[in-house]
Design a protein around this ligand. Sequence first.
Ligand code: NAD
Length: 391
Amino acid sequence: MIRLGVIGHGGRISSVIKNCLREVEPDIRVVGIIDPDEAGARSRLDDCDKNDVIFYDNLDEMMKNAKPDALAIGTRCNLHTPYAIEASKYDIPLYLEKPVAINMEQALSLEKAFQNSKCQVVVSFPLRVSPLCLLAKEYIQKGSIGVPVHICALNYVPYGAVYWEHEYRNYEITQGLFLQKATHDLDYMSFLMDSPIIRVAAMATVGQVFGGTKPSGLVCSKCNEAKTCLESPENRKRNGSGWHTDDHPCVFSSDCGSPATGTNEDASSALLEFASGAHGVYTQVFFSRRDAQKRGAIISGYLGTLDFDWYPNDMKYIRHHASFTDTIKAGEGLSHFGGDTELAHDFIDLIRGEGKSRTGIQTGLQSVYACLAAKQSLENGQFVNVRQLGE
Ligand SMILES: NC(=O)c1ccc[n+]([C@@H]2O[C@H](COP(=O)([O-])OP(=O)(O)OC[C@H]3O[C@@H](n4cnc5c(N)ncnc54)[C@H](O)[C@@H]3O)[C@@H](O)[C@H]2O)c1
């Protein structure tokens, strides 16, 4: 049996445990939890964990008494670093949610904490290890497109309203959608280009779609505009535009912050320079819906282009100098396009001492450094150099 200690047993990590870790290793048990919302955390447990789990106030206590074989951190973004620093003192594997840090101070202290740590980390970057991304990598490695010279990655998020509904709209906690969302994409782009991002220029549009001046705390069921508002549950249902159609906090409320105090971007883009000399662009759009959904990249070298999209889960390989184009279709219906299962395999293998993480703490940190450069560029309108690990 694998004994797992969990810090922040929320929606995401409980789903990873139930649907991914337990799929790979049925004999895993949550033996300890640190979470101030005991009732909520308990309600998200599988039946097999409910009887034996014990709640603790801090990690030292949980380590001493629950004796976990591994740890998972699933708190909101601002607490990933402080808990990961504590976890770095123990030599057991750690599953760490992204972003691994939300500001430079956190990132630097996290990098320092892991310099001499034996704690092996699986950062929750499912896109990098998803089968489609690995297939693209395989094509690049075997020279199908020649040296990759350019990458254009697109992220048209069909469920983007979530970033204005729940805790994701709390800018204090997330620090914007480069850190919250693009951390995945900048990571896999760097992986595919086999080169770190060294310089970024970014631009964002804020406050033109979401956010606004509707009262704080407003929810659709208490709003007298629900009949006409395109975001009300009834209209989302009617228009087929919902990601969910439950009652929810108003996405046009003052709770979403403001351009002056900090708020999530309706859309944001970055121009990226890689150490290899290649460059790329990344764009994320959060108000797109339905068939506008798109997440993937176009990678080109002199010999060819790869064009993949996780939504249809397919990839086109275009030979530039021969009249053939292949379309490769991957399986469907997998969590995070199959990446979550891959991460689960990595984590269980680490715990069994049988494998290595493909998304170590370095990948999480390097991506955070690129995201922080993008954020700084949004603020000062300049190109910003990306800090490199160990600098
Ligand atoms: N890797 C991915 O693809 C992916 C997908 C979704 C979410 N996430 C990340 O997962 C994280 C959690 O998101 P969520 O939707 O599960 O949030 P959530 O609010 O459902 O879960 C957070 C949990 O942390 C607990 N918590 C609050 N304060 C705490 C404290 N001081 N100590 C310990 N626990 C505390 C909360 O009670 C809650 O149970 C976010 O950072 C998000 O970015 C990652």
